[in-house]
Design a protein around this ligand. Structure first.
Ligand SMILES: [Zn+2]
Length: 303
């Protein structure tokens, strides 16, 4: 299983390339709209009655860039709204929880017969546990489980997941992002298990706690218990995912650069080159490096 840190950084690097592509498309679309009155309606009518092939191509290019920017902003705002709403709803439901002191410090308890444990909160994440889990688990199992959740809180995983989902919505043209986030979700669970064990918790107790949750229908990833029991789990990022992402980023940047040369504004071309440079570096790194080497490098970076 690739390391959680490497997966998250790979997600961030790809998203950075995508954001630069959207920025470039936004610059070109704004310039066209403000300096030439190239409204979408005017462009569509140009395409129908254009005297030259060049005008048709220009209109199609500007419409494509405008569509990318509009979809990106719309889907990004929708994802932001969904995240805010679900966070607000969960916070309201958890208001009635009470506080107890455990080996890891204060933990919130919710009244629920089902065994549950999770971390909630974007800026100040807290560990929550259900009354069902307090009854079902032995003290060593409870300690191991709380150490696992404490790792999620320390890493601010709820905030990381929320940001990654918003970016995945806004950068809809990079379908690799939701898949990487799924992989990060699995890797973050394993990283939290490893952190609990490294902190002195008992492996067997943690595995037993996970099995108790699994029996109650918590739907845990099956690799987790196998891994705790010493099995080697192989999980690689498909090379095709990473390479096709590089092609998509280069295509968006290429369209943006072509758009920035259209009306001869030097400031637009300069901005295009400034934005395109780092984005092309991201794309080249993704296209040339093998996903495993890339993940190793990203895992070590600032670790
Ligand atoms: Zn977890």
């Amino acid at each position: 299983m690739p390391r959680a840190a490497g997966l998250y950084r790979l997600h961030a690097v790809i998203a950075f390339g995508g954001i630069l592509g959207v920025l470039l498309a936004l610059l070109v679309a704004l310039d066209a709209a403000m300096t030439h009155d190239q409204s979408p309606g005017a462009l569509v009518s140009t395409m129908g009655s254009s005297p030259t092939m060049t005008s048709d191509t220009t209109a199609a290019l500007l419409l494509t860039l405008g569509a990318v920017v509009s979809c990106s902003l719309g889907l990004g705002l929708r994802a932001l709204w969904v995240e805010c709403l679900s966070h607000w709803r969960a916070s309201r439901l958890l208001q009635s929880s009470s506080s107890i002191t455990t080996a890891i410090g204060a933990v919130r308890v919710i009244a629920d017969d089902q065994p549950r444990a999770f971390c909630h909160g974007l800026l100040g994440p807290r560990v929550y546990i259900s009354s069902g889990a307090l009854h079902a688990l032995t003290p060593p199992e409870l300690a191991a489980l709380l150490a696992h959740e404490q790792h999620h809180a320390r890493r601010r995983d709820p905030l990381r997941f929320a940001l990654a989902r918003i970016l995945g919505g806004a950068l809809f043209f990079l379908p690799v992002l939701p898949r990487l986030l799924d992989r990060y979700g699995d890797a973050a669970e394993i990283a939290a298990d490893e952190a609990a064990i490294a902190g002195g918790q008992d492996v067997a107790a943690l595995a037993a706690a996970l099995l108790t949750f699994e029996e109650s229908g918590a739907g845990l990833h099956p690799d987790r218990v196998d891994r705790l029991l010493g099995e080697h789990i192989e999980s690689r990022i498909p090379t095709a995912w990473v390479r096709s992402t590089a092609v998509i980023i280069v295509t968006i940047i290429g369209l943006g650069l072509a758009g920035s040369t259209l009306d001869g504004h030097e400031y637009l071309l300069l901005a295009g080159l400034l934005v395109a440079g780092p984005a092309l570096l991201v794309a080249i790194a993704l296209a040339l490096a093998s996903p495993v080497n890339l993940l190793d490098g990203l895992s070590r970076w600032a670790a």
